[in-house]
Design a protein around this ligand. Structure first.
Ligand code: GLC
Length: 406
């Protein structure tokens, strides 16, 4: 019955399990689960599909843990929740030797570690990319995508003079008050040479560099580079705006690539866009490291089955299968090198670079409070309720207080 042990957990029991994750926008999750269920008729997995909003997913998972319910077995954790879930022992420590972690990109593996132990196994990664309209840049006589924010603005000014660009906005990311704002805020700060926290996790956000980063976002909303409605955008809103031809540039994850490339009429920009590294203040910017890892709920049943399922779901074979089905960001280095895949998904080399240069969001025990403070202060600055300077000062004070446990 037993399937090994780690950190005192014995992985025992076989039978039905559940897989708990955010909304399956591409249909990939169902395809993978169907495959497992065909192979394991006595250990079927049922999909518990949570909302798209990561903050809502986290809440439901915490509630399941708090009531020690066995309704959730395998959790798809956003990489930023690993420390919090591990520290609270809401998830079990996993046996490292059962997973080919050495074949994965290193920064991705780090997202599953806590105090030297493995608590979640990377299933997919994520890195921010600058999507841009190749047709419009070409028509405006622009030879390469922008590397700095100033270039991005200058390119927009030229593109917007084209009759074909009438009514278009320049740029958007995800600026609604949710986890995506933490991602976009941290990217702006990091891309201006600042940092939200230092390597020891100490808050560092009240700096001239961080201010330059936040000022780029605030100033862009003020001068119309970013449309006002972008403060309501989550990933799907921004994707729809880009796909319907409203934006010249968009910061987005790789999941949009195949969707925007569809030739069935659902995307107006099919064949007219490409991706580049995110721009920054003085040169290329830095992405926030995203992605999802599989963890095992501590209060779950059938842990031997769950461990096998995690191995299956995070295997290179499954990632190859999902790439053929609906592309995402693989965790295995080999998949970024495969010439056939690169031909099919030209974003892969840009994405690999984005991931290798990406900056993790604060890796802290109380991540929920940290991200809430970032969202509150960044949103106040974006909506003009506070100046960048006072938002950053208040954020620094808040993060410091949290770090001191007050
Ligand atoms: C993506 C990323 C995740 C991030 C989220 C923000 O799902 O993979 O890490 O937190 O977007 O909306």
């Amino acid at each position: 019955m037993s399937s090994g042990s780690a950190g005192g957990t014995s992985f025992e029991g076989r039978g039905p399990i559940t897989y708990v994750a955010g909304a399956d926008n591409t249909g990939t999750v169902r395809a993978v689960l169907d495959r497992w269920n065909r192979l394991h008729p006595k250990e079927k997995v049922t999909f518990v599909e949570l909302p798209t909003d990561p903050d809502a997913q986290r809440q439901q998972m915490i509630q399941n843990a708090a009531t020690r319910s066995d309704a959730f077995t395998v959790l798809s954790l956003d990489v930023v929740w690993n420390s919090e879930f591990a520290a609270h022992r809401w998830v079990d420590r996993l046996p490292e030797d059962r997973f080919p972690l050495g074949d994965m990109l290193k920064p991705i593996v780090t997202t599953g570690m806590y105090r030297g132990g493995l608590y979640s196994v990377p299933a997919s990664s994520d890195g921010g990319l600058l999507y841009y309209r190749t047709d419009l840049l070409k028509r405006a006589g622009i030879a390469r995508p922008p590397v700095t924010w100033a270039e991005l603005k200058a390119d927009c000014a030229r593109v917007r003079k084209l009759p074909a660009a009438r009514g278009m906005a320049c740029y958007a990311g995800q600026f609604h008050k949710y986890e995506g704002l933490t991602v976009n805020f941290a990217e702006a700060v990091d891309s201006a040479g600042g940092a939200v926290t230092d390597a020891q996790g100490r808050p560092q956000v009240n700096s001239p560099e961080a201010k330059a980063g936040l000022d780029f976002l605030v100033g862009s909303l003020k001068d119309g580079t970013v449309p006002q409605e972008a403060v309501t955008y989550q990933e799907e809103d921004a994707r729809r705006a880009f796909q319907s031809g409203k934006l010249v540039f968009e910061r987005q994850w790789p999941y949009m690539y195949p969707l925007a490339a569809r030739k069935d009429g659902s995307s107006k920009v099919a064949g007219r866009f490409a991706v580049a590294p995110l721009p920054g203040l003085h040169g290329p910017g830095a992405s926030s490291l995203g992605g999802h890892n599989l963890a095992l709920s501590a209060s779950a049943k059938n842990k031997a089955t769950a461990l096998d399922f995690i191995r299956f779901y995070t295997s290179q074979a499954t990632q190859r299968f999902t790439l053929a089905y609906a592309p995402a960001a693989p965790t295995y280095e080999a998949l970024y090198q495969d010439p056939r895949l690169v031909r099919k998904y030209p974003y892969l080399p840009v994405l690999k670079r984005s991931i290798l240069h990406a900056v993790p969001r604060p890796r802290v025990f109380g991540y929920g409070d940290v991200t809430a403070a970032i969202q509150r202060e960044a949103f106040a600055a974006l909506t003009g309720e506070k100046s960048s300077a006072s938002a950053l000062r208040d954020l620094q004070r808040d993060l410091r207080r949290q770090a001191a446990g007050k």
